[in-house]
Write a protein that binds this ligand. Structure first.
Ligand SMILES: Cc1ncc(COP(=O)(O)O)c(C=O)c1O
Length: 425
């Protein structure tokens, strides 16, 4: 239980009168064990990052082994094997051409790095005025000030700050075709035509077009087809605008391929990874850049160098865990596990019908139920808790994005809890 003095300030919460009953004392696999003796299946993998489940023996061992050597050293003027090996591994796995990795400590900061990199790229080339961004509406790229400006400040969760943030440009994504069954609210062609116009109109001031590839997360869980991204890549090239893909949520398998960009067969100029990269153990992000971007920072002095360097970048513990995580992902055939999760989610969720439900949709290891009005979720968390499931609905959706190690019975229990809510409410 949280203290009545509110010494601990919780995220996205009205602190007045806040009572948090769920105190985790141990976590194992997909289960959270609470102080009051209850056990909950975590349906959302701690904001989607705990891809191997909790308390994984091999990840624990990697962490301990690295701690015995050293936990952290700065990357300014020093280097170490975990950071170098992880950079090499990510370059080998990423879409071809992304040859350089800049580490930071969270997805938000990884995206801030991407923004600065894109802006400085054009400055280093001597092309002035390209420091604005074009982004997809209903996007989410984190809560820090720069990236909030990319996350739909007029309409989305950062709207309170819209007067304070940089003004960026926005285009609507294709919408309403998550699983091929829902109503198409905006087609790929329609969305591409708006994108082409916006790029043409603003290319002179745009550093980059930014998007979450194929699966938009916290901005509303919209899914869109690879064809949009493939053509977006071509349009960005045509108009001389960089393409930044934020794979913080989609990277490491969430959409069924290691990276969502693969499904569109494209290489972004800059790609950002976070969350699953360090499997929920420690904060870590990686901003990958192509040779073309990287080479623009080369020169005889520091004038063109990238002036960024978070204290904890390339933290050795985080890199060691990330290396072990990638090894497990590949060795244990995680893409097949994710395909099976998708089958079960489709089986359980796609036929859910209720008056309040607008659409159910499934993509990779992500299952979503969207309702007309967020009031429909009042009481859901307690209802799910009584059935042994940890869910966190937000705005108009309730979703599951479980750890990939979830067993079939637990996943069906999660889905059936989501469905049962509509029978009961
Ligand atoms: C697509 C995307 N980008 C960036 C972020 C921010 O990552 P972090 O919370 O690690 O700062 C998130 C977090 O949910 C995300 O979903």
């Amino acid at each position: 239980m949280n203290s009545p003095a509110n010494t601990l300030w919780f995220p996205y919460a009205q602190m007045k009168g806040l009572e948090i009953q769920n105190e985790v004392v141990r976590a194992e696999g997909v289960r959270l064990h609470l102080r009051d003796g209850r056990t909950l299946i975590d349906a959302i993998a701690s904001w989607w990052c705990v891809i191997h489940g909790y308390n994984h023996p091999e990840l624990n061992a990697a962490l301990r082994a690295q701690a015995d050597d050293f936990a952290h050293v700065m990357l300014g003027g020093l280097t170490h094997a975990p950071a170098q090996l992880l950079a090499d591994r990510l370059v080998a796995l990423a879409p071809p051409g992304l040859g350089h990795v800049f580490f930071a400590d969270s997805g938000s900061v990884g995206m801030e790095v991407a923004m600065k990199m894109a802006v400085q790229y054009w400055m280093n080339l001597g092309i002035p005025g390209k420091h604005a961004f074009l982004s997809l509406r209903h996007g989410y790229h984190g809560d820090t000030t720069g990236v909030m400006s990319l996350g739909d400040p007029d309409d989305g969760m950062h709207r309170l700050f819209s007067g304070y943030l940089h003004r960026q440009h926005f285009v609507p994504p294709p919408e309403g075709m998550g699983d091929g069954r829902g109503e198409i609210r905006r087609s790929v062609d329609e969305a591409l035509s708006t994108l082409a116009t916006a790029l043409r109109q603003h290319a002179h001031e745009l550093a980059a077009f930014t998007c979450e590839p194929l699966l938009q997360g916290a901005g509303g869980f919209n899914f869109y087809p690879p064809a949009y991204l493939t053509e977006a890549r071509r349009l960005c090239d045509e108009q001389g605008v960089l393409l930044v893909c934020d794979e913080v949520a989609t990277g490491f398998g969430r959409t069924g391929t290691l990276f969502a960009c693969e499904q569109a067969r494209i290489t972004p100029d800059i790609m950002v990874l976070g969350k699953g990269l360090s499997a929920g153990y420690l904060g870590l992000s990686a901003t990958l850049a192509t040779d073309r971007v990287f080479n623009a920072f080369l020169g005889e002095s520091n004038d063109k160098a990238f002036m960024h360097g978070p204290t904890f970048m390339g933290n050795a513990l985080a890199c060691a865990v990330a290396l072990a995580s990638i090894q497990i992902f590949e060795r244990d055939g995680y893409l097949a596990k994710i395909r099976r999760i998708e089958e079960i989610l489709r089986d359980e969720l796609l036929d859910l019908r209720a008056d309040t439900v607008v659409e159910t949709r499934v993509f990779g290891a992500c299952g979503v139920v969207e309702v007309r009005d967020s009031l429909a979720w009042q009481g859901l968390q307690a209802f799910a808790g009584e059935r042994g499931v940890w869910l966190r609905p937000f705005d108009k959706v309730v979703y599951t994005m479980p750890a990939y190690v979830i067993d079939e019975a637990s996943l069906r229990q999660v889905c059936q809890t989501m469905s049962a809510w509509f029978g009961s409410s």
